[in-house]
Write a protein of this length. Sequence first.
Length: 644
Amino acid sequence: MATGAWQRTGPDTGVLGADDLSLYGSMSEEELVHMAIEQSLIVDTSHGSHKQTSNDSTTYSVQNNPSSSPVYDSNRMMAHTCAGESPSHGSTSPIRRGFMQWRSIRRQLLQQQHEMPGPLSLAIMEDDSAQLSQLLAKDVDLTIHSAIGMLPVHEAAFLGKPNCLKVMLQVHPSCMNSLTKHHDTPLSLATTQEQVECMKILLEAGASPNLRGSRNETPLYKACENNNNGAMQLLLKFGADVNVCGNHGHTPLFEAISKNNKDMVELLVAAGAKIEVRNNFGLTPMFLAAACGRLDILKYLHALGTDVDTEAKDGATALYEACKNEHEDIVEFLLSIGANANKANNKVLMPLHIASSKGNEDIVCMLLPKTSNVRVKRSGISPLHFATEHGHHDIMEMLINHGYCVNAELSIERSHLYEDRRSTPLYFAVANGDLEAAHILLEAGADPERDFLRPLLVAVQMQDISLARLLLTYGASLEPIVPSLPMTFPTPFFFAARGLRMLKLLLDWGTNADTCFHCDFGAAPHPVVPNKRRRDWLMNDRPHPLQFCEFLSSSELEPWSGPIIAVLLDYIGNVRLCSRLKEHLDSFEEWAPIRETADNPRPLAHICRLMIRRVIGRRNLRRVTRLPVPKRLQHYILYKTDME
């Protein structure tokens, strides 16, 4: 079966779930099973190998709320902010786009100087104030924008030409706050390019330090973004407002924290920067420091009295975010100052949940004694689900040893996010094809019979022999029933389909093959089966349970019906084939020996083997090797060759 057939579909995959918990909640159990089976049948069952999805798929991230107000997207926003960037909804971050913009402007200026080397442009490029003065004496107009939308004063500030800049400001002082076509001032351009000398000239001439540029950011914000202490101090000296918000509500303090510049943070706070300000995502400076792993800054902000349990709009606390980003020193400090490890976000998820999904043993060890098992149960999902789905085997063992139940079930709301109604950690392990995780859970007492769709059926459909054998070893039912899919033969055979090795494994363990040859029509003509694909006619309402001969009549399975019947005949005694099965065997000449085997009496040795297996019983077949009988006899009873 394709992995997706057993997983919740839609844009928001993963155990965390989406805002709409009723994605599959309005569907009946029968409709859900039909959906899962129908999707599984779309995939060619000959491709039995299972590939674990990256979830990534199911990565455990908090998704954007479609409401009008912005909601903190922990993954996307922190990926940019902790690198000194603003959150972005596109593939290119704002700071990257800004750098490309400035580089493009510089390239255009150089190209302009090369292609149209006018006297004014040459004077600015060479910073020749004498030549510029001569040009201005000839009434050269400094108020005409160039082809790239800049005035000469912008070019001088951008390229760092202080001599020419002084002359221009003396002649046209009104141009000090003029705007480019991108709405940048000379001061913002000089700050972006870290032209401190030009910044000083502009500020002394009266340029405003609080005018916003093209990205809605003040020069002070740009100075912090560039991690330039000198430029920042200069702007503060001339009265720059430390609390002006740029895009997404970020103040300069946010940028200083993202750059891990404690000196800059202290200067901004001393200048009046608000330490409890929130951006559009609900983040405070302390939250950002914790999320980005800025321990020294975090300690400094805590000393100023900031809230240790500050949270974003999605309810994620600073501790939760530090756990998600695996900042061990931050987690240790936050716990030491009393951070609440039991505070859940809007998804009712706690720090231990996200730490378990990340697989950080040190953080999980710190959180375990601080986390309430009662609060975890109220969340409707166990940390063991997270550790299992992500294959963190050491974390699984830690949680089990700490007392977390291996049979913990998802809440109804969370389970309904999946079309297969999965519930236990064992189901996640099997669906991911994780043999080791399944073994850890089963060894610790996991029950393979708790999920609505049994994990064995998933392993059978995936054609995972090792997983199926493991589940059977630990007591999985050989013939689980799916109430909404009535059939007269064992349900695992339906999912095994053309996997002859899997079919043989089920038969070796004692699955009853006799029922496959029970037919209501017998030798009489059978009703005509519509010439449709299996997934089309199978899902229709049927007047009677599905019979094996009908199952083999689908267009996908009919070419395999001969080998399937041949395998089944090895595990039953004398049998009468119905007219439909005879038609299948007669359709290929090479299947004539199979028909002959079924029509003739079975050998006495074969009948004896079946009787011995029946007396021993299904659950005792694995103990045959302990019997004091020759190995060849043991192998014969177990359908093994001497080499096996």
